[in-house]
Design a protein around this ligand. Structure first.
Ligand code: UD1
Length: 449
């Protein structure tokens, strides 16, 4: 059996090609005794969804790219292993709790991508744009990731073809070539896809000529990627808007870049503070990072106060109350906050309606929350939640990364003990969550089961 030891400071995972494919150093079950208020400071890590494209951006230059504020999570570990296989050198360092990663893609090859690792992570599709641009070729198995919907990559492929790539899809493999190099193009995305916008941005900065990406996604993680690329010397305008214009073809230098705070972790912990009737200081948190979710949280009774040091989150004096939400691209209500918010609303007075418009199968946490006593009915892509007085501990399974967060929130607020398995999903997206919650008063331990 092929094994990869992926070591990131603060954690060690063994990734294997056969089950159990992943083994954490610190236990595969999470036990939470609920009912304790969370009080204290919960450090918000660098954003998972920002650091992954940022790591891939290092493939675009032979010079050193140093990322600061890197979250120690399983997705970062998997991508680090993938990049190493491509010949990218990694150097990790920690200073005053800040995890930094320096990548050197001086000598890389576009082949040798590990199919099993790619199958673990959707974001590996970003290798396509970067490798095509730098090496003129990329061979990649179809990417995996959370089972939350179809998650096609047709927008990515169509955009790269418009830039001159020849792309063949055969037997679950993507083979893309651009023997004469990529050229600029005018690309209209059918939907503002986060991944497609990032992939095309990565390809466009080295392509010859000007590329315009219309109906681009506006998620803050895209602006973070563009900011790093600009530091490397790329010409990009329209940051934060629906139209990105890239003047390509410039040789890129290295960069030092701090990863933006994780707005999904921020919103999730704000819910946790309100659900447990505690008070959390969330350093580096800002309301603008949450988009319209900030207003939804206020309406639901999650009190968020912006201070110089970050956001202070607590339950409003009037208590939690039901709201209606519909997930939308940024700045609309983030689909990644849908599951944690559903956990919050299971304890809110009255009824709530949650409509999921981004992914087809993003209610897999519902059955698990029901095991804890939640009153939720699903009709198609809409869930109706009736608040209950309390949740009770149960044995539950994490089914995707944000579902895992929702179950942790339910467990923290529930009476009695909850035991969670399927922790690879939690570890994919949350940096040292157990220790951070314990430091804020949660009764939480990782054990082997
Ligand atoms: C990213 C985030 C994920 C978040 C999502 C939406 C990362 C690593 N992941 O995922 O956490 O939930 O944005 O904010 O950043 N689509 C197509 N064809 C394509 C591309 C997308 O049909 O070629 C569809 C998808 O199936 C989905 C929708 O567009 O229904 C949005 O997907 P997209 O924005 O691309 O999400 P990801 O980049 O996969």
């Amino acid at each position: 059996m092929m094994q990869h030891d992926v070591e990131v400071p603060c954690m060690k995972f063994r990734l294997a090609t056969a089950a159990p494919w992943w083994r954490p150093a610190n236990g595969n079950l999470l036990r939470i005794q609920g009912g304790r208020p969370l009080v204290g400071t919960y450090p918000i890590s660098g954003a998972k969804n920002a650091v992954l494209p940022l790591m891939v951006s290092a493939l675009l230059t032979p010079h050193l790219v140093t990322l600061r504020n890197v979250p120690a999570n399983l997705d970062v570990a998997v991508l680090a292993a993938l990049l190493q296989r491509l010949g990218c050198e990694m150097h990790w360092s920690t200073r005053a709790g800040d995890l930094a990663l320096t990548l050197s893609a001086d000598r890389i090859r576009p082949t040798g991508i590990d199919a099993d690792l790619v199958a673990r992570m959707r974001a590996s599709v970003l290798l396509l744009g970067a490798l095509l641009a730098r090496c003129g070729e990329a061979r990649l198995p179809m990417p995996g990731g959370d089972a939350i919907g179809l998650r096609a990559i047709d927008f990515h492929i169509a955009g790269l073809r418009a830039m001159g790539a020849v792309v063949a899809l055969e037997g679950g493999l993507i083979h893309a070539k651009a023997p004469a190099g990529l050229h600029g193009a005018d690309i209209l995305l059918p939907q503002p896809s986060v991944g497609a916008t990032e992939n095309l941005l990565l390809a466009a900065v080295l392509a010859d000529g000007t590329t315009t990406i219309r109906n681009a996604a506006r998620e803050p993680e895209i602006t973070d990627l563009a900011a790093c690329l600009i530091t490397m010397g790329a010409g990009i305008t329209g940051l934060g808007s629906h139209v990105l214009t890239v003047t390509g073809g410039r040789a890129l230098a290295g960069a030092v870049h701090g990863v933006m705070p994780d707005r999904i972790e921020l919103g999730t912990l704000a819910c946790a503070a309100a659900m447990t009737d505690g008070e959390l200081m969330l350093p580096h948190g800002r309301l603008d990072l949450l988009g319209t979710a900030a207003e939804s949280f206020a309406a639901a009774g999650v009190d968020l106060r912006e201070t110089e040091g970050g956001l202070i989150a607590r339950r409003a004096n009037a208590g939690l109350c039901g709201i209606d939400i519909t997930t939308q691209p940024f700045p609309g209500f983030a689909t990644d906050l849908q599951a944690p918010t559903m956990a919050l609303l299971t304890l809110a007075a009255g009824a709530s309606t949650i409509s999921e418009t981004i992914f087809e199968q993003r209610f897999r946490h519902v059955d698990e929350l029901r095991k804890m006593g939640a009153d939720i009915a699903v009709h198609g892509r809409t869930a109706r939640v009736r608040g209950v007085d309390r949740l009770r501990g149960a044995a539950v399974t994490c089914t995707d990364v944000r579902a895992a967060a929702a179950l942790v929130l339910g467990a923290l607020a529930a009476s009695g003990e909850t035991v969670l398995d399927g922790l690879d999903h939690l570890d994919r997206g949350y940096d040292r969550m157990t220790g951070k919650l314990a430091a804020c008063g949660a009764a939480i331990v990782r054990t082997d089961g």
